[in-house]
Design a protein around this ligand. Sequence first.
Ligand code: GLA
Length: 378
Amino acid sequence: MKENIRKEFKNHFGCEGTLYASAGRINLIGEHTDYNGGFVFPGAIDKVIMAEIRPNDSDKVRVYSIDIDDYVEFGLNEEDAPKQQWARYIFGICREIIKRGGVVKGFDAVFAGNVPLGAGLSSSAALESCFAFALNDLFNNNAIDKFELARIGQSTEHNYCGVNCGIMDQFASVFGKKGNLMRLDCRSMEFEYFPFNPQGYKLVLVDSVVKHELVDSPYNKRRQSCERVAKHLGVETLRDATKEALEAAKSEISEEDYSRAKFVIEEKERVLDVCDALNRGDYETVGQLMYATHTGLSKDYEVSCVELDFLNDIAKECGVTGSRIMGGGFGGCTINLVADDKYDNFISEAVKRFNEKYGHEPKIYDVVISDGAHKITE
Ligand code: GLA
């Protein structure tokens, strides 16, 4: 990928720039908790977006996307927003840096990636974090702190891409550290690195390669449900809501809002329970909690789909320790904690049975927990 980017940069711009990369992410547990002030437990992975960038002494940004084979030029004022969705991520990053008083001048860039799109691995956060990190390095002497870089990515989603996401993906992409998961408290923004190397187990993703584009932005709707219930309970976010308070209010809110809030309140506890279990080396408990998350995401939060429920069932039948849908939902991957001796059988069963039922094979990615945003120096 690096050589290809270098070659294309030279072709397009006739010189050399600096290389940067940022990663996609997994999340062990803590789904849809970030925008509710709860806990998440992500890590960056070895799938990245990589970009070569060079200031060009103009007020224009010129970018070539190798994977989409598309070239875009835009200015840095609000009215210059490009139409192409992929370019809006980069435009958004520039605008959000400028809005915060940072500096962005014209630059040339070529980028490519190997984060699968639509798999729930946050290719968009990888793209945002790669450019946010790079523009901070090239134009701002790295004066913008890393949390702000993550927020710049998040605001790009809100203001230029129409997704009211939480902070998890951008946080993971910016802060990721090889071999470590991170437990982030999304209320205080305190976090802790957790070395993750479960002896005798593997983490593997099974990608359904299914993406259900649902009308009415279901992600934003989930968030609105949570905010409605929090308001009703008189708390700032569901992080501060209790099960008892929710039960007491059950008859005053819609059934749907009740189910959504119930999931979130249970999920925030599960993250803490997983941390305790990991500290004891108790992977069986970690696995059971992952299954409980899947059930909640499927039945209460309703962000699963038949294909992912099917993969979850196969995991159960193959004796996989823990399995659940990962990320925002409506397609994408399951994340699976599998004992070494069950791995081969699980993968072959999942591939075979999924293919029989849905007519295409799922993709399998072994998880390698890696570094987040960085400059490539060698
Ligand atoms: C998407 C969002 C995140 C988070 C997850 C669900 O990935 O971008 O902020 O809400 O969904 O946990």
